[in-house]
Design a binder for this molecule. Structure first.
Ligand code: ADP
Ligand code: MG
Length: 258
């Protein structure tokens, strides 16, 4: 499997009179691990939500895998998002939480709603296939023993694994992760950082990862895009950002000696 590249051109977004994203352009290379790094409030989540189609930009365009996706609903963008808050369905078992994207697709195919079904990538559509796919993904991320539990019976780390699994069953070409580890304690954060890195290598698809944590960004990424106040001030491999920060704000933020 290989990931899609993304091209963001001149994205602008205001909330009220506040410019949250300011004329932002970015090329993401197919298969790379790109991290959006910046302080709280600089617009990272908003940008990720715009890429996912959960929020509409005021200006600018987005292409994913060479296809303009402006106006395309989230489900059709071939991306899957993992949220900081996990966003699991509390009343459903882990197995159902994992199956839900596939069940929705099956339902829509069955009712001949064209938006899902035929157009979505991925294969599982029959009930037996869905059960198999859920079991396969659960095994690959070490949560097979949790399938019958409800989210409230899980630790934070286990919940986040389920959230990652729910993204995986859709076989997206692009994973979008919004501070997935920031609710976890320090030790677990380090462990799951390694798991995310391994997942990226194993799947070979494109990851766009959002964090305010410099260490996370520096250890995980092929490239880091430093975001300050709605703009990207430097996009480069971690070593280069650390050794040659573009300006003083970047240096201060990444803790580089310059
Ligand atoms: P980050 O993820 O980097 O912390 P956000 O993208 O969440 O930043 O927010 C950027 C700015 O936009 C913040 O000032 C935030 O308060 C504001 N903002 C985000 N979402 C909304 C919204 N739905 N309505 C109004 N303001 C918002
Ligand atoms: Mg955020």
């Amino acid at each position: 499997m290989s990931g899609h590249g993304l091209v963001l051109r001149n994205i602008c977004k205001k909330f009220g009179s506040t410019n949250v994203i300011r004329n932002l352009s970015l090329n993401v290379i197919p298969g790379e691990f790109l991290t959006l790094l910046g302080p709280s409030g600089c617009g990272k989540s908003t940008l990720l939500r715009i890429i996912a189609g959960l929020e509409l930009q005021d200006e600018g365009s987005i292409a994913i895998g060479g296809r303009e996706v402006d106006g395309l609903r989230p489900k059709l963008r071939d991306v899957a998002m993992v949220f900081q808050s996990y966003a699991l369905y509390p009343h459903m078992s882990v197995a159902k939480n994992l199956a839900i994207p596939l069940l929705m697709r099956r339902l829509c195919a069955w009712q001949r709603i064209p938006v899902f079904g035929a157009l979505l990538p991925g294969t599982a559509s029959r009930k037996s296939e869905i059960i198999e796919e859920v079991a396969r993904v659960a095994k690959s991320i070490g949560i097979s023993h949790l399938l019958d539990r409800k989210p409230r019976q899980l630790s934070g780390g286990q919940r986040q694994r389920v959230a990652v699994g729910r993204a995986m069953v859709r076989h997206p070409a692009v994973f979008l992760m919004d501070e997935p580890l920031s609710n976890l304690d320090a030790k677990l954060r380090v462990q799951m950082r390694a798991e995310i890195k391994e997942l990226h290598q194993r799947l070979g698809v494109t990851f766009i990862y959002v964090t305010h944590d410099q260490v996370e960004a520096m250890t995980l990424s092929d490239r880091v895009a430093v975001m300050l106040d709605g703009e990207l001030v430097q996009v480069a491999p971690p070593q280069e950002i650390y050794a040659n920060p573009h300006d003083r704000r970047v240096a201060e933020f990444v803790g580089s000696p310059k």
